[in-house]
Design a protein around this ligand. Structure first.
Ligand code: ZN
Length: 327
């Protein structure tokens, strides 16, 4: 028996996804309300697997009373459509999930346009822009179309789960929360911390009422640092194994980010002003073609970090942004 299964009343359920990240973990929590934390992507394979693993625990999908979302990404939310066809569920999450899981048309149109303009102004080759916007659109077939019933934010106790509170952990997504039980230092952390791979701080468009994008890597570092102040006995992650040495993993991740920022600074110290896309190709010579959104988010995030350090300045020429070393 693995250690997760020994945690009384919390069961890890691992579901297949068609994405490069591999399988996703959702957690069945036997609390006051029978709760699933995240649900998996909308595929028949994930649905069959979820049903089978619930059956192994003596449950069926209609027994689930509520779902808590750690964040809005399709590998974590898509199956909500299937679950809701099978019974009444209270859906709980951060309000920033809303436009994504509702599939708010105006918001999505703005998102596509924002990313297109961002890629263009950061120097991405024109031939790569359209296919990547189309990829965002194609991926929506794995998404749900639903809405929250209950909003939660920093410090709130999670309904139906006495003893569990919300810890906002923005960075990987603007909607990202972790669930924390202070009594034993247990965290259900979504994609905030993953043992085998560093979590991406993804660029998102400004939300309604905002005129600028967030700087997700800076937010992510802030969230990581605030977790260093918490007693974290175990983190149950959205992908991969549970994490028992969370603090040292956090230190490692913060260090890797600083190292990557220094690598960017070294490239810029060669003298030329470069676009984010040119820097992206230097950092990720093959990944930039396969996973442009991730590679660009990483590069732009680390440029945000260099900017925060005062190590880089931006200039614009013909609608394209260039970066060079600061004075
Ligand atoms: Zn995610």
């Amino acid at each position: 028996m693995n250690t997760s299964a020994k945690l009384k009343g919390i069961h890890r359920i691992t579901l297949p996804t068609p994405f490069p990240i591999g399988p996703v973990n959702v957690y069945l929590v036997e609390s006051e309300s029978l709760t699933l934390v995240d649900v998996g992507p909308k595929t028949d394979e994930a649905w069959e697997s979820l049903k089978n693993q619930l059956r192994d625990r003596g449950y069926s999908p209609s027994d689930i009373e509520q779902v808590v979302l750690t964040h809005h990404h399709i590998d974590h939310v898509g199956l909500l459509d299937y679950l809701r066809e099978n019974g009444d569920i209270r859906l709980i999450g951060h309000p920033r999930n809303r436009p994504w899981i509702r599939r708010d048309e105006a918001f999505y149109r703005k998102w596509y346009r924002y990313m297109e303009e961002l890629y263009r102004s950061e120097g991405v080759e024109e031939t790569l822009i359209e296919p990547n916007i189309q990829l965002y659109q194609l991926l929506q077939s794995f998404n749900c179309r639903t809405d929250l019933d209950w909003e939660v934010a920093e410090g709130d106790e999670i309904p139906g789960m006495p003893g569990w509170r919300v810890k906002e952990t923005k960075g990987h997504a603007q909607s990202h929360i972790s669930l924390y039980r202070e009594a034993d230092g247990l965290m259900i952390g979504g994609d905030h911390l993953i043992a085998h791979v560093s979590s991406n701080a993804l660029i998102e468009p400004p939300y309604p009422g905002e005129d600028k994008r967030a700087k997700p890597l800076l937010q992510y570092r802030e969230s990581l640092r605030s977790c260093l102040e918490m007693d974290l006995a175990r983190v149950l992650a959205g992908h991969g194994k549970e994490i028992t040495r969370a603090h040292s993993l956090i230190e490692e991740r913060l260090g890797q980010q600083e190292k990557r920022a220094r690598a960017l600074r070294d490239i810029l110290s060669e003298g030329d002003a470069l676009t984010c896309f040119e820097l992206c190709k230097r950092l990720f010579p093959t990944k930039y073609l396969e996973q442009l959104p991730l590679a660009m988010s990483e590069t732009l995030g680390h440029l945000d970090l260099l900017e925060e350090w005062g190590a880089v300045k931006k200039e614009e020429n013909g609608g394209i942004r260039y970066y060079r070393l600061g004075d």
